[in-house]
Design a protein around this ligand. Sequence first.
Ligand SMILES: [Zn+2]
Length: 450
Amino acid sequence: MLKQLKNFMLSGLIAAMLALIAFTPLASSAYANQSPWLMGRTAFRLSGGNPGTAVSHPAQFTAVNALIWPLSGSSAPDTDRISSPFGPRWQASQNRYDYHPGLDIAAPQGTPVYAVADGIVTKRGWLSTSSGLTVLVYHPSLNLYSAYLHLSATAVNVNDTVTQGQVIGEVGNTGTTEFMHLHFEIRLSASSYPTSTRNPLGYLPRPDLTAPTIAITNLQSDPVYSPTVSLLITATRAELDVNQIRVRLYDRASGALLDNQFVDFNQRLHTGDDTLDKDGIQLRPSHFSTATQTYQLTANFYNLSGQDAFTVTAEVEDLAGHINTVTAVADDLTPPGQVTDLLALSRSDGSVELRWTAPGDSGFVSQAAAYDIRSSNEPINSFVWDINATPLSSPPAPIPGSGRQSWIIPGPFSEPVYFALRATDTEGNLSLLSNSARAQTRLFLPLIAK
Ligand SMILES: [Zn+2]
């Protein structure tokens, strides 16, 4: 408790309170319940953090390529009509996850669709059963393609030259769709799906002044497994351009970098493609909520390096380079394991040899920091340990957990003599008291067992 109080003070009481408020609802979320690694033993507890601070950015972000929006036909953003952003997506109606390679812009059937830049029509028709009626335009000056899917009608043919703002078709719901919308893509090559699509919000003109928000919702680890850092990213309609999510772990004591992981949506790095998991990172997007006008994404980094107390820094960066950062401290709350096989052997020179299996920093994993070994003339229980047992000077340093360790203590001892030990880790977690071992001769079984 003292450690937690200290951390609260370090990170600021207000920040800690905000963090607690922010984290409480997520602990019982459906996602948390579905995640097997979140159901394991809690060895770390979030003891600090803040809900993220917006980075103000003086310049309005404007796409360099000077495209126009395909439905507004101008630089006026259609962000108000985006029903699915680029990137990880949860399709509520189909109860499945996919990686959405474009923007869905809702509009009534027959709404004109404009070429976003000068170009040449390279495909017209059904590219697949899911694409529906599609027009693909190559833009030589930009060396990229724009794709317009689910059209109800087209106004161009293959090899037609089109100019920016020219009507190329009409909004529909052909192919795999459930409502009238344009699915718009920017592709680096003609047959680009899925690796060459880029977030159209990186090309279309729009104001972008802040960053999506980020919160650390859970820090957790099992002594045997790796730490998990769970993040909640929230983006408003104006911030549907989440691009990178980064996590860095630092050793609590030394500040050394323990791990550095990230996802990049545009580059499709560590993003999981059409599955939830990839490279130790699980992305769980929610569908865009028309009620809250936000898009939320849970990112679980569950294969991080480090099994001790750590500091975590998490960042979200949008396409415009705006960054929000959040930090938190994870305490190691797991003590070294309880020694249950302590053995005390009397030696002919009057000394006693203790043997036991070494505990680790957490349980029997890693390495404990120090031993407290005591002796007494009566069996050692917790009461005797506290009141009557004598601490032995200069106990050995712990060896790595699960190793067999021994220590010879010079005599003489007045019989009967008992020994017990406890171990601490670097965070001061104290193990349970070991078994009480009575010294016995090596050569003869004791005639009388007390
Ligand atoms: Zn779509």
